[in-house]
Design a protein around this ligand. Sequence first.
Ligand code: ADP
Ligand code: MG
Length: 248
Amino acid sequence: MDASVRKRRRKATAENRNDEIISLTNVSKAYSTGAPALKEVNLHISKGEFVFIVGDSGSGKSTLIKLLMRELTITSGEIKVMGYDLSRIKHRKIPKFRRNIGIVFQDFRLLKDRNVYENVAFAQRIIQKSNKEIRRNVPSILAVVGLAGKYKAKPRQLSGGEQQRVALARALVNEPAILLADEPTGNLDPKNSLEIMRLLEQINENGTTVLVVTHNKEIVNAMQKRVVTLKRGVIVSDEEKGGYIDED
Ligand code: ADP
Ligand code: MG
């Protein structure tokens, strides 16, 4: 190998490292009771990746999501997200850090007495966007999730799939670099599940790094993305274009 090739290779490695948006090194997390929820986890995710996190109930998936958004702190190891060392970040900096992250949950968590528009606008008001910006951004993100025509509806007037799309719009309206989804299709039928996953894929194609916790075996196998499998708090496999690994 000549020197220029070696140099190019070194450069590529350095660039890859700079591209890292999430990094966990020997991360363990113990709650006050029971066995540790995560044990010596090493996980590195580059900007723009789409990653499924799978594993049985109790394997530590939600704990991982909560650590990534700094809702919980690790017991040992190192966790970095967008360059923030989450064990050292000052409390007053946490809101600014969280602006980089959008999150959706299985149970949607919409404001029941507010309409679709207000549910999404709320996220913009928290970060003090002007009314002018809100009037521009909210309809535009509602169009992305296919709900432009339903902006006046209340959550109870929507199907589960539609409610999850509102939650997705709310998570995306502040243009986060990372989208975390903890079992986003857990309450949806197969057709709506697939639609939500396609939306997540589209959001990823537009540059957002996406992590999806799911039990949806068919979708994971069909989508051919990176799949990280947790078992009792340990990463037991991490595969590009992976599939859902069955127990036993
Ligand atoms: P998953 O999302 O994969 O179902 P969790 O991350 O919710 O798993 O839980 C991992 C383990 O940590 C489980 O054994 C669970 O009982 C435990 N656990 C989760 N939350 C708490 C908590 N707040 N206090 C004590 N143990 C917890
Ligand atoms: Mg969970």
